[in-house]
Design a protein around this ligand. Sequence first.
Ligand code: SF4
Length: 282
Amino acid sequence: MSYNLQVSIDRDSGFCFGVVYAIDMAEEILTEDGYLYCLGDIVHNDAEVERLKLKGLRIISHDDLIDLKNEKVLIRAHGEAPETYKIALQNNITLIDASCPVVLKLQNRIKNSHDAKEKILIFGKHGHAEVIGLQGQTNNEALVFQDIAELEDVNLPDKFTLYSQTTKSTDKFYAIKDQLINRGFDVKANDTICRQVSNRYDDLRNFVKSFDRILFVSGRKSSNGKVLYEVCRQYNPNTYFISNADELELSMFNPGDKVGICGATSTPMWLMKNVKEVLETY
Ligand code: SF4
């Protein structure tokens, strides 16, 4: 039996400009040199990382960087802490800096706040590369939290400046800001969530409503993937999170279903097209 699914891809999904910039830069050097070191996964999408590894991309950790000398190393869109630039200088490493301009601007704002002796809180995921880079601007003095409950037992200063990792949920950020103000703190709140992520909320809301089933394609490590998936699920409960076409199951669909495919800012368009091609064989 043929399922005759009607499949469409969301035109607004796919890489944000920060990721496009980093991948273009990597591919240019890979074409010239045949290999390139990259500090951490270039993007939180395993399929795209594998594609670039086949072209010569070598993913290294911060520990590996300490032992590397006289090479080119790409800094991905998430940015890096000042310590990385120091190590590169000591090891005669040429940094190919593909830090996203939005992240660089935020690093700068946090550094200025720190220089102005403000107490800083960052709403962000513990251990996330971008957050490590942001905290690094404050000599690691900023307090990072990913859930307001973490602040319950902490002795917070009466007055502080609040920032957010670029890919967090705006709804959660404003709820946290309101709660902290209601608790009597003097909060200078800066909504530093990237519009490449938050502008997608409305687009996705409208997109997912017109389909029987939604396939949200994303790497499981992607922060914005988690946020955008929740947006989809809220407006279309028949939303499935998949990382690639191998995770598709026939039981997800009914014959004749209209299926919408969308994804995170780290999801390559080729991967969504691949999912569409497989669905069209059902
Ligand atoms: S989501 Fe925004 S901040 Fe992050 S890489 Fe993309 S453009 Fe840059």
